[in-house]
Design a protein around this ligand. Structure first.
Ligand SMILES: *Cc1c(COP(=O)(O)O)cnc(C)c1O
Length: 483
């Protein structure tokens, strides 16, 4: 063993490790207690002004106390999070997290690995998860992929690779304008806003994204897609990218992936799938057939932090053509020199496949989640959230005060309380539900009608939580119309 003198006063390590250890164990226990007892808490609660004011303090100059900071966390931070770990949380599309993921985050933070590159096993862990994703999605073994913050960043990477594949390497030096081409992209009106946002960030502009109408099932209308492509070609545009969605945020609709793949192939377009939450339905054998065509995508953007229950953040981008992916982002730099031996080995590095250089060890919490729970169990959890959505649908159809507003495709249910001035009343019901702490759906609009939207993503949610949502909605709605 190499001995080093470890007595110096400038380190941030503690003088008394025993004390730190005891405090650390208390912190860990508090989080286990929180997760174990989460049902007895409100989903969310309004934030008192006094609590908000605690976070308006000047920069601390002198040393504070860890136990004190932990107490502030327990009293003023933990109770006022948005509550997506709670089984009553059904707003937006948020994952619930798991105790295993939490522990993995602690290990990753302790190791403090930087996964931009270099020869290290943490990068191999990320590559292991990539190979599992390829296996799950039916992608070739040599496809490339990367952990990123979320589907938004994954979409930016996919759009960038598609742009590079269309315009060639000069686009990296000369920019888009030099090509003289006007690129256009296609997605459905039900698509997530991150696609338009990343068209903007990639320099293509949001107007270049054509929003294709949807049918009665909220799936992309393929005739309209073909017409839009033809119309653009006739006007001298260069159609380059089509994004289908596997599980839309609004209604959980799945675009006809195989048919979109066919059109993309005929037209020479890059075929992207936004599978932010839906792609991991591949883990559930009863749902996987509905994603047929996913295996033909040129790129897939998805999140482990939604249906995969991995703690935030854990997005992923998968790109079929490894060379195109590398060519889009790889940049030589003297200080990033590669070698065949030593720490600078192991090239290509993750930083060659995306905009980030420094990157955390997100892969570890995903690796732990798959390793400990296994694909089968995670698939069962996903399938169960869809069963609960069907149960909620049945309860709505059997409750005269309520009205279903969209077909239930996966795990998202849109409905409302029947009454006059329904948009106004239902918006108020949603806020009252959230403030009650019983259940937390969110709002959306479907063809101009405001809907209560319950997205069942959390592995902790059960039938009792659905019953509680129905009961509270009817009670609050009834009270609102009679007051
Ligand atoms: C959540 C979601 C996104 C955005 O993903 P982030 O991880 O929040 O960036 C995009 N598309 C769909 C369909 C989503 O559900």
């Amino acid at each position: 063993m190499i001995h080093r003198n470890d007595t110096q006063s400038n380190t941030l390590d503690p003088e008394n490790w025993e004390e730190l250890r005891a405090q650390g164990h208390r912190m860990l226990d508090d989080m286990f207690d929180y997760l174990q007892g989460i049902r007895s808490r409100p989903v969310w609660q309004p934030i008192p002004d006094t609590v908000r004011a605690e976070f308006q303090e000047p920069l601390p100059q002198s040393a504070g106390d860890l136990a004190q900071a932990h107490e502030t966390f327990m009293n003023s931070i933990l109770p006022y999070a948005v509550g997506n770990a709670h089984p009553g949380f059904m707003g937006w599309v948020h994952g619930g997290g798991t105790p295993v993921g939490m522990l993995a985050e602690m290990l990753a933070a302790g190791l403090n690995a930087n996964l931009g590159g270099r020869d290290q096993i943490p990068v191999e862990v990320e590559r292991q998860v990539l190979r599992w994703v390829c296996e799950l999605f039916g992608f070739p073994e040599d496809a490339s992929g990367l952990f990123v913050t979320g589907t938004s960043m994954a979409t930016l990477i996919a759009v960038s690779v598609a742009r590079h594949a269309t315009l060639g390497p000069e686009v990296r030096t000369l920019g888009i304008a030099a090509s003289g081409k006007r690129l256009t992209a296609y997605t459905s009106k039900g698509a997530h806003g991150c696609i338009a946002k990343m068209m903007d960030v990639a320099g293509l502009g949001t107007d270049a994204l054509r929003m294709i109408p949807v049918d009665a099932h909220y799936q992309m209308d393929l005739t309209a897609l073909e017409q839009a492509i033809a119309a653009d070609r006739a006007l001298g545009y260069t159609p380059f990218f089509v994004a289908a969605t596997a599980g839309t945020v609004n209604t959980g609709a799945i675009d006809p992936l195989a048919a979109v793949a066919d059109i993309a192939k005929q037209q020479g377009l890059w075929f992207h799938v936004d599978g932010a939450y839906g792609a991991l339905a591949m883990l559930a054998p009863e749902l996987a057939p509905r994603l047929a065509g996913l295996e033909r995508a040129d790129s897939v953007a998805f999140d482990f932090h939604k249906w995969g229950q991995v703690p935030y953040d854990a997005g992923f981008v998968l790109i079929r053509d490894r060379q195109q992916h590398f060519d889009t982002f790889a940049s030589p730099a003297a200080y990033l020199r590669r070698d065949t031996h030593g720490m600078a080995g192991g090239s290509p590095w993750p930083c060659d496949f995306g905009p980030d250089l420094s990157r955390g060890f997100r892969a570890l919490k995903a690796w732990f989640t798959l390793q400990v729970y296994g694909a089968e169990k995670l698939g069962q959890v996903i399938a169960h959230t869809c069963e609960l959505a069907r149960y909620l649908e049945q309860r709505i159809l059997a409750t005269p005060e309520l009205e279903l507003l969209a077909p239930v495709s996966l795990n998202i249910v849109c409905f409302r309380f029947r009454c006059n001035d329904a948009d106004h009343v239902n918006a108020a019901i949603i806020v009252a539900l959230q403030e009650s702490g019983i259940a937390a759906p969110s709002a959306t609009t479907l063809e101009g009608t405001l809907a209560i939207r319950a997205a069942i993503v959390n592995h902790r949610t059960n039938k009792g939580d659905i019953d509680a949502l129905i009961k509270a909605t009817v009670e609050i709605g009834t009270a609102k119309i009679s007051s």
